[in-house]
Design a binder for this molecule. Structure first.
Ligand code: SAH
Length: 281
Protein backbone atom coordinates (compact mmCIF):
# COMPACT_ATOMS: atom_id res chain seq x y z
CA UNK A 1 0.00 0.00 0.00
CA UNK A 2 1.06 3.52 -0.43
CA UNK A 3 1.07 5.85 2.52
CA UNK A 4 -1.61 8.47 2.22
CA UNK A 5 0.91 11.01 1.02
CA UNK A 6 -0.27 13.48 3.58
CA UNK A 7 2.32 15.05 5.81
CA UNK A 8 2.32 13.71 9.36
CA UNK A 9 0.45 15.79 11.82
CA UNK A 10 2.71 17.56 14.22
CA UNK A 11 1.87 17.21 17.86
CA UNK A 12 -0.81 19.72 18.68
CA UNK A 13 0.41 22.72 20.54
CA UNK A 14 -0.66 22.92 24.10
CA UNK A 15 -4.23 24.04 24.30
CA UNK A 16 -5.13 23.14 20.73
CA UNK A 17 -6.96 20.02 21.77
CA UNK A 18 -8.14 21.61 24.99
CA UNK A 19 -10.00 24.31 23.14
CA UNK A 20 -12.84 22.90 21.16
CA UNK A 21 -12.79 23.62 17.45
CA UNK A 22 -15.47 26.01 16.43
CA UNK A 23 -16.75 23.71 13.75
CA UNK A 24 -17.09 19.97 13.30
CA UNK A 25 -15.24 18.10 10.65
CA UNK A 26 -16.72 15.95 7.97
CA UNK A 27 -15.49 12.45 7.47
CA UNK A 28 -14.39 11.88 3.96
CA UNK A 29 -11.77 9.53 2.62
CA UNK A 30 -8.52 11.35 2.03
CA UNK A 31 -7.04 10.94 -1.43
CA UNK A 32 -4.76 7.94 -1.54
CA UNK A 33 -5.79 6.50 1.80
CA UNK A 34 -6.19 2.78 1.37
CA UNK A 35 -9.61 1.23 1.79
CA UNK A 36 -10.19 -2.48 2.15
CA UNK A 37 -13.88 -2.33 1.42
CA UNK A 38 -16.73 0.04 1.89
CA UNK A 39 -16.87 -0.68 5.60
CA UNK A 40 -13.27 0.19 6.20
CA UNK A 41 -10.94 3.14 6.40
CA UNK A 42 -12.80 6.18 7.46
CA UNK A 43 -9.94 8.63 7.71
CA UNK A 44 -10.47 11.52 10.03
CA UNK A 45 -9.65 14.09 7.43
CA UNK A 46 -9.59 17.81 7.72
CA UNK A 47 -12.87 19.64 7.42
CA UNK A 48 -14.13 20.26 3.97
CA UNK A 49 -16.81 22.66 5.02
CA UNK A 50 -18.09 24.47 8.02
CA UNK A 51 -21.27 23.10 9.55
CA UNK A 52 -23.17 24.08 12.66
CA UNK A 53 -20.82 25.62 15.23
CA UNK A 54 -22.46 23.68 18.07
CA UNK A 55 -22.40 20.20 16.60
CA UNK A 56 -18.93 19.24 17.78
CA UNK A 57 -19.26 20.70 21.23
CA UNK A 58 -19.32 18.44 24.25
CA UNK A 59 -19.36 20.50 27.42
CA UNK A 60 -16.37 20.32 29.70
CA UNK A 61 -17.70 18.50 32.77
CA UNK A 62 -18.22 20.78 35.72
CA UNK A 63 -16.65 18.25 38.06
CA UNK A 64 -13.32 18.67 36.30
CA UNK A 65 -13.17 22.36 36.99
CA UNK A 66 -12.35 24.86 34.31
CA UNK A 67 -8.89 23.61 33.58
CA UNK A 68 -8.81 19.99 32.52
CA UNK A 69 -5.22 20.62 31.43
CA UNK A 70 -4.18 20.86 35.07
CA UNK A 71 -5.99 17.62 35.86
CA UNK A 72 -4.13 15.93 33.03
CA UNK A 73 -0.84 17.40 34.21
CA UNK A 74 -1.46 15.72 37.57
CA UNK A 75 -2.23 12.44 35.81
CA UNK A 76 1.06 12.75 33.90
CA UNK A 77 2.97 13.43 37.13
CA UNK A 78 1.45 10.28 38.57
CA UNK A 79 2.41 8.29 35.47
CA UNK A 80 5.98 9.52 35.77
CA UNK A 81 6.00 8.58 39.47
CA UNK A 82 4.78 5.11 38.47
CA UNK A 83 7.81 4.72 36.21
CA UNK A 84 6.75 5.96 32.77
CA UNK A 85 9.79 7.82 31.43
CA UNK A 86 9.32 8.31 27.68
CA UNK A 87 8.93 12.08 27.21
CA UNK A 88 6.90 11.70 24.03
CA UNK A 89 4.47 9.31 25.70
CA UNK A 90 4.10 11.58 28.73
CA UNK A 91 3.51 14.60 26.49
CA UNK A 92 0.93 12.73 24.42
CA UNK A 93 -0.91 11.57 27.54
CA UNK A 94 -0.92 15.18 28.71
CA UNK A 95 -2.42 16.37 25.44
CA UNK A 96 -5.38 14.08 24.91
CA UNK A 97 -8.55 14.89 26.80
CA UNK A 98 -9.55 11.49 28.17
CA UNK A 99 -12.79 12.86 29.59
CA UNK A 100 -14.11 13.39 26.07
CA UNK A 101 -13.99 9.64 25.42
CA UNK A 102 -16.09 8.43 28.35
CA UNK A 103 -19.77 8.76 29.13
CA UNK A 104 -20.77 11.95 30.87
CA UNK A 105 -21.58 10.03 34.07
CA UNK A 106 -17.94 8.93 34.27
CA UNK A 107 -16.07 12.11 33.40
CA UNK A 108 -15.07 12.75 36.98
CA UNK A 109 -13.12 9.49 36.93
CA UNK A 110 -11.56 10.13 33.54
CA UNK A 111 -8.12 11.03 34.89
CA UNK A 112 -8.02 8.48 37.67
CA UNK A 113 -5.89 5.43 37.21
CA UNK A 114 -8.80 3.18 36.50
CA UNK A 115 -10.27 1.37 33.53
CA UNK A 116 -13.75 2.55 32.58
CA UNK A 117 -16.69 1.04 30.67
CA UNK A 118 -17.16 2.39 27.13
CA UNK A 119 -20.29 0.45 26.20
CA UNK A 120 -21.04 -2.93 24.60
CA UNK A 121 -19.25 -4.68 27.46
CA UNK A 122 -15.86 -3.15 26.57
CA UNK A 123 -13.50 -0.99 28.63
CA UNK A 124 -10.94 1.72 28.11
CA UNK A 125 -7.67 0.73 29.79
CA UNK A 126 -6.36 2.68 32.72
CA UNK A 127 -3.93 5.47 31.80
CA UNK A 128 -1.03 3.65 33.36
CA UNK A 129 -1.54 0.61 31.13
CA UNK A 130 -1.99 2.73 28.00
CA UNK A 131 1.21 4.64 28.79
CA UNK A 132 3.12 1.45 29.60
CA UNK A 133 2.14 -0.20 26.30
CA UNK A 134 2.92 2.91 24.28
CA UNK A 135 6.28 3.25 25.99
CA UNK A 136 7.07 -0.36 25.09
CA UNK A 137 6.14 0.40 21.47
CA UNK A 138 8.38 3.47 21.39
CA UNK A 139 11.30 1.57 22.92
CA UNK A 140 11.07 -1.00 20.15
CA UNK A 141 12.22 1.64 17.73
CA UNK A 142 15.44 2.59 19.41
CA UNK A 143 17.73 4.41 17.04
CA UNK A 144 14.66 5.96 15.45
CA UNK A 145 14.39 9.70 15.67
CA UNK A 146 11.06 11.17 16.61
CA UNK A 147 7.82 9.46 15.79
CA UNK A 148 6.93 5.91 14.92
CA UNK A 149 6.01 5.28 11.29
CA UNK A 150 2.75 3.49 10.51
CA UNK A 151 1.04 1.84 13.48
CA UNK A 152 -1.79 -0.69 13.53
CA UNK A 153 -4.12 -0.66 16.54
CA UNK A 154 -6.45 -3.60 17.13
CA UNK A 155 -9.52 -2.56 19.13
CA UNK A 156 -10.33 1.10 18.57
CA UNK A 157 -12.88 1.06 21.38
CA UNK A 158 -13.79 4.66 22.18
CA UNK A 159 -10.81 5.99 20.21
CA UNK A 160 -8.80 7.29 23.18
CA UNK A 161 -5.64 5.32 22.59
CA UNK A 162 -5.82 6.07 18.86
CA UNK A 163 -5.80 9.78 19.73
CA UNK A 164 -2.72 9.31 21.92
CA UNK A 165 -1.05 7.26 19.20
CA UNK A 166 -1.77 10.02 16.70
CA UNK A 167 0.74 12.16 18.60
CA UNK A 168 3.39 9.42 18.51
CA UNK A 169 3.10 7.95 15.02
CA UNK A 170 2.99 9.22 11.48
CA UNK A 171 -0.07 7.16 10.57
CA UNK A 172 -2.47 5.23 12.79
CA UNK A 173 -4.68 2.47 11.35
CA UNK A 174 -7.18 1.38 13.98
CA UNK A 175 -9.64 -1.49 13.60
CA UNK A 176 -12.75 -2.19 15.67
CA UNK A 177 -15.03 -5.22 15.30
CA UNK A 178 -18.09 -3.70 17.00
CA UNK A 179 -19.95 -1.26 14.77
CA UNK A 180 -21.34 0.69 17.74
CA UNK A 181 -17.86 1.42 19.08
CA UNK A 182 -16.41 2.14 15.65
CA UNK A 183 -19.10 4.79 15.24
CA UNK A 184 -18.55 6.12 18.74
CA UNK A 185 -14.80 6.45 18.18
CA UNK A 186 -15.42 8.29 14.92
CA UNK A 187 -17.71 10.73 16.72
CA UNK A 188 -15.25 11.18 19.59
CA UNK A 189 -12.29 11.77 17.30
CA UNK A 190 -13.96 13.95 14.67
CA UNK A 191 -13.61 17.25 16.56
CA UNK A 192 -9.91 16.59 17.13
CA UNK A 193 -9.23 16.67 13.40
CA UNK A 194 -6.50 14.06 13.25
CA UNK A 195 -5.81 13.41 9.57
CA UNK A 196 -3.28 10.68 10.39
CA UNK A 197 -5.87 8.47 12.14
CA UNK A 198 -7.70 5.99 9.91
CA UNK A 199 -10.56 4.08 11.49
CA UNK A 200 -11.64 0.76 10.08
CA UNK A 201 -14.61 -1.44 10.90
CA UNK A 202 -13.60 -5.07 10.63
CA UNK A 203 -11.98 -8.07 12.27
CA UNK A 204 -8.58 -6.99 13.51
CA UNK A 205 -7.45 -10.60 13.83
CA UNK A 206 -6.68 -10.51 10.14
CA UNK A 207 -4.85 -7.22 10.54
CA UNK A 208 -4.99 -4.65 7.79
CA UNK A 209 -2.70 -5.70 4.97
CA UNK A 210 -3.10 -2.51 2.98
CA UNK A 211 -1.28 -0.48 5.62
CA UNK A 212 1.53 -3.02 6.10
CA UNK A 213 4.35 -3.20 6.92
CA UNK A 214 3.84 -1.54 10.29
CA UNK A 215 6.55 -0.10 12.48
CA UNK A 216 4.39 -1.10 15.42
CA UNK A 217 1.23 -3.08 16.20
CA UNK A 218 -0.70 -2.71 19.44
CA UNK A 219 -3.70 -4.72 20.56
CA UNK A 220 -6.17 -3.67 23.24
CA UNK A 221 -7.75 -7.12 23.34
CA UNK A 222 -6.15 -10.41 24.36
CA UNK A 223 -6.38 -13.76 22.61
CA UNK A 224 -4.70 -17.08 23.35
CA UNK A 225 -2.20 -16.58 20.58
CA UNK A 226 -0.79 -13.80 18.43
CA UNK A 227 -2.44 -14.02 15.00
CA UNK A 228 0.06 -14.89 12.27
CA UNK A 229 -1.22 -12.00 10.16
CA UNK A 230 -0.01 -9.52 12.74
CA UNK A 231 3.53 -10.91 12.60
CA UNK A 232 3.38 -10.97 8.79
CA UNK A 233 2.29 -7.34 8.70
CA UNK A 234 4.96 -6.17 11.14
CA UNK A 235 8.02 -4.59 9.53
CA UNK A 236 11.48 -6.02 10.10
CA UNK A 237 12.69 -4.01 13.08
CA UNK A 238 9.09 -3.49 14.19
CA UNK A 239 7.53 -4.29 17.53
CA UNK A 240 4.15 -5.66 18.59
CA UNK A 241 2.66 -5.22 22.07
CA UNK A 242 -0.44 -7.16 23.08
CA UNK A 243 -2.12 -8.96 25.97
CA UNK A 244 -1.80 -12.73 25.65
CA UNK A 245 -3.89 -15.30 27.44
CA UNK A 246 -2.18 -18.37 28.81
CA UNK A 247 -3.66 -21.85 29.22
CA UNK A 248 -4.63 -21.17 32.84
CA UNK A 249 -6.69 -18.18 31.76
CA UNK A 250 -4.41 -15.43 33.05
CA UNK A 251 -3.24 -12.68 30.74
CA UNK A 252 0.18 -11.11 30.43
CA UNK A 253 1.60 -8.42 28.21
CA UNK A 254 3.72 -9.78 25.42
CA UNK A 255 6.27 -7.94 23.31
CA UNK A 256 7.18 -9.38 19.91
CA UNK A 257 10.22 -8.01 18.12
CA UNK A 258 10.64 -8.91 14.47
CA UNK A 259 14.21 -8.94 13.21
CA UNK A 260 15.90 -10.21 10.08
CA UNK A 261 16.96 -13.22 12.18
CA UNK A 262 13.45 -14.07 13.32
CA UNK A 263 10.84 -13.24 15.91
CA UNK A 264 11.57 -12.78 19.60
CA UNK A 265 8.74 -12.93 22.11
CA UNK A 266 9.03 -11.55 25.65
CA UNK A 267 6.35 -12.07 28.31
CA UNK A 268 5.91 -9.25 30.81
CA UNK A 269 3.54 -8.41 33.66
CA UNK A 270 0.00 -9.67 34.18
CA UNK A 271 -2.81 -7.53 32.71
CA UNK A 272 -6.60 -7.67 32.35
CA UNK A 273 -7.90 -6.90 28.88
CA UNK A 274 -11.16 -7.75 27.17
CA UNK A 275 -10.99 -10.83 24.93
CA UNK A 276 -9.89 -10.71 21.32
CA UNK A 277 -12.82 -12.05 19.29
CA UNK A 278 -13.11 -12.94 15.65
CA UNK A 279 -15.70 -11.62 13.24
CA UNK A 280 -17.68 -8.41 13.43
CA UNK A 281 -20.90 -7.49 15.15
N1 SAH B 1 -7.93 1.17 22.76
C1 SAH B 1 -9.30 1.23 23.17
C2 SAH B 1 -9.62 0.10 24.11
C3 SAH B 1 -10.79 -0.67 23.67
S1 SAH B 1 -11.12 -2.17 24.51
C4 SAH B 1 -9.67 2.57 23.74
O1 SAH B 1 -8.80 3.44 23.90
O2 SAH B 1 -10.83 2.78 24.00
C5 SAH B 1 -10.69 -3.35 23.27
C6 SAH B 1 -11.49 -3.32 22.03
O3 SAH B 1 -11.04 -4.37 21.20
C7 SAH B 1 -13.00 -3.53 22.20
O4 SAH B 1 -13.67 -2.42 21.72
C8 SAH B 1 -13.29 -4.77 21.38
O5 SAH B 1 -14.54 -4.73 20.70
C9 SAH B 1 -12.13 -4.75 20.41
N2 SAH B 1 -11.84 -6.04 19.75
C10 SAH B 1 -11.83 -7.29 20.27
N3 SAH B 1 -11.50 -8.19 19.32
C11 SAH B 1 -11.30 -7.48 18.17
C12 SAH B 1 -10.96 -7.82 16.83
N4 SAH B 1 -10.77 -9.10 16.44
N5 SAH B 1 -10.84 -6.84 15.93
C13 SAH B 1 -11.05 -5.55 16.25
N6 SAH B 1 -11.37 -5.16 17.49
C14 SAH B 1 -11.50 -6.11 18.45
Amino acid sequence: MKPSGKPPVSAPKSGVIASRPSFPVQLKPAAGVPTANKNMAAPLSRPSGAVSPKAAQKPVPSGLGLDSHAVRARMVQKLAAQGVTDPQVLAAMGQVERHRFVDSALVNQAYEDTSLPIGLGQTISKPNVVARMLELLMRGNEGRQGKLGRVLEIGTGCGYQAAVLAQLAQEVYSIERLRGLHDKARDNLRPMRLPNVHLMFGDGMIGYAKGAPYAAIISAAGGDNIPANWIDQLAIGGRLVAPLQSANGTQALVVVDKTAQGVKQTLLEAVHFVPLKSGTS
